[in-house]
Design a protein around this ligand. Structure first.
Ligand code: MN
Ligand code: MN
Length: 468
């Protein structure tokens, strides 16, 4: 009946042309509700996991409850067995053994659980003009001016000289004190306002205010600093040199919130890339008997280029596969060369306030569903891994068969800038890789925005991938 109303051109267009359908327009009430329901626990996950260490600890606790066992190298794992490998508390691999032999490869979902932030320097605490401050060194790509005049929380670990580990998370509870970076009042910012945005707030100006009350004894200088050290000693039992064996960082003290009168979005710190960590985790936890072995990787150090032993430029994932494969008489190379991977990471969503940075026909939009990004990089596709037509065809079919709303994306207009993900580091092991994730507004800002429908369709995409 409906076909009779369509013109010949409409029918032909339907048959021949790519339809970038807005998931927000086409979604049914049940899916909309499912997306809302899915995002409640996601917000709690964001609030509980503001650093890679917190994310790894949280996920380990979750998977232990689901029966995952610590990985034992050399054991011949059987189909359906679930294991995890915790790399230094900062990166994690989950594995569910598939029915097919490892010689047919594994399926990998690789996200990262680090986010841009302000790390404390090794000697952070100082006093100037009776104010106590922390020196910071920013981590990842940030617009520095965005990090001033907002509430910050102190997170991280301190390893004391006696080996004791202290976990710090101060500034999240409304009863906790918080911290902040001061900025100039506009009245006196005449010179500062002449600076470029890049220089508007300089790296060495990202100093965190931590106190102003002096220790009441006038025979010692720097009494505000001394008083802060006294308080830290009372609370954590640390002395100033303990900062040397610590990883402490300042992150936004915001909680995840619904955004918009329609509650269609979530604003939070660290969607990049905990949104892909969470959605891939949920897909992995629900997959009990996959055909191929499933690896869910939560990497560290992506925001600084994946270097270091917990980043995916390290060989830890290949070593894991080597240890997993050896009891079956296989090398890591034999497994990896037959494997494929969804590099689970966010992409930029079109922002109508800044329409000139993205190319409208190829960029991702909020509410259009999960984004498939064939390549990232910069300039002439430099420093990227481009997914092959063959693997794109495979992924496209998996998503279409599971009726997942998806769209294609690009990281900006040609020559507008660029960036990368873990894709090229996984591809370096001779694995087929494509970037798949959630479109984000205000990416890398202290408060990033995603659409709940996109979060949900990304979860559906990962679910389709592990079950295909
Ligand atoms: Mn990312
Ligand atoms: Mn990022």
């Amino acid at each position: 009946m409906e076909n009779e109303k369509k013109t010949e051109a409409e029918l032909l267009a339907e048959k021949l042309l790519l339809n970038r359908k807005n998931m927000g327009l086409t979604v049914d009430d049940a899916t909309e509700q499912a997306a809302q329901d899915f995002c409640g626990p996601y917000k709690a996950f964001l609030d509980a996991c503001k650093t890679e260490r917190e994310a790894v600890a949280h996920i380990v606790e979750m998977v232990q409850k689901q029966g995952y066992q610590p990985f034992e190298p050399g054991k011949a794992y059987q189909p359906g067995e679930k294991i995890y490998y915790n790399n230094r508390g900062k990166a994690l691999i989950l594995c569910t053994m598939g029915k097919k032999p490892l010689s047919e490869g594994v399926r990998i979902m690789a996200s990262h659980v680090d986010s841009p932030r302000l790390d404390l320097k090794p000697v952070p605490l100082y006093e100037e003009a009776q104010l106590a401050m922390f020196k910071t060194h920013y981590y990842g790509g940030i617009k520095k001016y965005q990090w001033t005049a907002i509430p910050l929380a102190l997170h991280g670990v301190i390893i004391k000289k006696n080996g004791e580990t202290l976990n710090v998370a101060l500034g999240e509870d409304p009863e906790d004190p918080a911290f902040t970076i001061t900025d100039l009042l506009p009245h006196l910012a005449k010179e500062q306002m002449k600076r470029t945005l890049q220089e508007g707030v300089k790296g060495e100006e990202l100093n965190v205010l931590v106190g102003c009350r002096p220790f009441k004894d006038d025979k010692q200088s720097e009494r505000v600093k001394l008083n802060i050290m006294r308080l830290l000693n009372e609370k954590y039992g640390i002395i100033e040199s303990d900062f040397l064996s610590a990883e402490l960082t300042m992150v936004p003290a915001f909680q995840a919130r619904d955004i918009g009168l329609d509650r269609s979005m979530i604003g939070a710190y660290g969607h990049d890339d905990r949104v892909c960590a969470y959605t891939s985790l949920m897909a992995a936890l629900e997959c009990d008997a996959p055909e191929q072995t499933i690896l869910t990787v939560f990497a560290d150090k992506e925001e600084t280029g994946s270097d270091g032993n917990t980043g995916l430029h390290s060989r830890f994932m290949a070593y894991f596969i080597e240890d997993l494969a050896r009891p079956f008489g296989l090398s890591a190379g034999q497994v990896l060369s037959h494997s494929n991977c969804l590099s689970a990471d966010v992409n930029a969503a079109f922002d109508p306030t800044y329409p000139d940075t993205l190319e409208k026909r190829n960029c991702a939009y909020l509410n259009y569903g999960v984004v498939i990004t064939q390549y990232t990089g910069s300039g002439g596709k430099s420093s990227t891994s481009q997914a092959s037509a063959e693997f794109m065809a495979q992924v496209r079919n998996i998503l279409d068969e599971a009726n997942v709303s998806w769209q294609t994306g690009e990281l900006g207009k040609v020559d507008a800038g660029g960036g990368g993900t873990v894709a090229k580091f996984v591809a370096a092991f001779n694995v087929d890789v494509v970037d798949v994730g959630v479109p984000v507004l205000s990416m890398h800002a202290p408060f990033e925005i995603v659409s709940k429908l996109d979060v949900y369709s990304t979860y559906q995409a990962f679910r389709a991938y592990v079950n295909a």
